[in-house]
Design a protein around this ligand. Structure first.
Ligand code: HXC
Ligand code: NAP
Length: 282
């Protein structure tokens, strides 16, 4: 799909790059010639991913422990990376989420998710952004949101409020920093089967079939499809796209929003015939 050296000489940090969509993106970026840093909280997970991906990327993959909720730890991580040279691309992908009734949530539960998703994205973006601006270094930020950033969603309220904040951050800074060479976009994925997301959000496997029925294309997205879109959006090939949120959900949110979609699927063949003008009901 892409030229083999699309991301050659690009230095990229992916938060939460040890698992799921972050890991799939790391693999794709390495394939395309980038040097990739991944961070997360669990050293064993990061190191295993580093070992696995070094098959594709040799010594171009680097795993570093960092909790994005901790502003001082983020600053130390970014300073450490910068010692070897400026990053060109930041992908804010780390997230926390769980399914819960909002009235049951403690303040700590809200703080945990808001800390990872919104504050973590802010810490990383500021630590990199301030350096890029002072060094006049052109750069790209790719934030990972969800399809419920604009609509909100019941039962994942800490995530919904945090991701909505990330969307606002994306659009705000795309304008504020765009004139100084920093592009900022987001991907809003629908369901893609990862252990991290599905173990927390789909408690029974049979709910997967019901979830697929909500999607016009009748299936979940794949990690490869996600990684390809991420590669395009961080590459110079998308150089005029700025402040955009690209939805990749097989049409799911539109199906949910359409007034007559559910009704239309309930109607029998006979009822469809009866809806036609008299004289055309054959
Ligand atoms: C209610 C919960 C909870 C749950 C934790 N808490 N899990 N409350 N329901 N299921 C509360 C705890 O009681 C605690 O509050 C606070 O949250 C922090 O919990 P800890 O376990 O101490 O936190 P921590 O170990 O830091 O773990 C953070 C986490 C966890 C967010 C809770 O789930 C995690 O590590 N997630 C990372 C990966 C992840 O979530 N991936 C999915 C991304 S999918 P108190 O008050 O007791 O301190 C996604 C979009 C999917 O984002 C969209 C699909 C379409
Ligand atoms: P995942 O595998 O659980 O990825 C989340 C990653 O974030 C993990 O590697 C985790 O590593 C890291 N992380 C969590 N808290 C952190 C912290 N405080 N500091 C640093 N890293 C932290 O889930 P995923 O499905 O790949 O999700 C990736 C992104 O896609 C997220 O932004 C998610 O919201 C978004 N998304 C996913 C889906 C989906 O269906 N899969 C749909 C819409 C949006 P540690 O636990 O080791 O820290």
């Amino acid at each position: 799909m892409f030229q083999k050296d699309l991301l050659k000489d690009k230095r990229i940090l992916i938060t939460g790059g040890g698992t799921g969509l972050g890991k799939a993106s790391a693999k794709r970026f390495l394939d395309l010639g980038a040097t990739v840093y991944i961070c997360g909280r669990r050293e064993d997970v990061l190191k295993a991913t580093e070992r696995e991906l070094s098959e594709f990327g040799g010594n171009r993959i680097h795993a570093l422990v960092c909790d994005v909720r901790d502003a001082a730890a983020v600053e130390a991580l970014i300073a450490h990376i910068w010692e070897e040279g400026a990053l060109d691309i930041l992908m804010n992908n780390a997230a926390g989420n769980f399914l819960a009734r909002t009235e049951d949530l403690s303040l700590g539960a809200f703080q945990s998710v808001i800390g990872i998703v919104l504050m973590g994205t802010l810490h990383m973006t500021l630590a990199c952004g301030r350096r890029w601006l002072s060094e006049k270094h052109k750069a790209v930020v790719l934030n990972i949101t969800t399809t419920y950033t604009s609509t909100g969603s019941a039962y994942v309220v800490p995530s919904a409020v945090s991701k909505a904040g990330v969307q606002a951050l994306t659009r705000s800074l795309a304008v504020e920093w765009g004139d100084r060479g920093i592009r900022m976009n987001a991907i809003a994925p629908g369901p893609i089967k990862t252990e991290g997301a599905f173990s927390r959000l789909l408690p029974r496997p049979e709910l997967e079939e019901a979830a697929k029925k909500k999607i016009p294309l009748g299936r979940f997205g794949t990690m490869e499809e996600f990684a390809d879109l991420a590669a395009f959006l961080v590459s110079d090939g998308s150089g005029y796209i700025n402040g955009e949120v690209v939805t990749m959900d097989g049409g799911e949110w539109l199906q949910g929003a359409g007034e007559f979609t559910a009704l239309g699927r309930e109607l029998t063949e006979q009822e469809w015939v009866m809806m036609k003008p008299k004289g055309k009901r054959s």
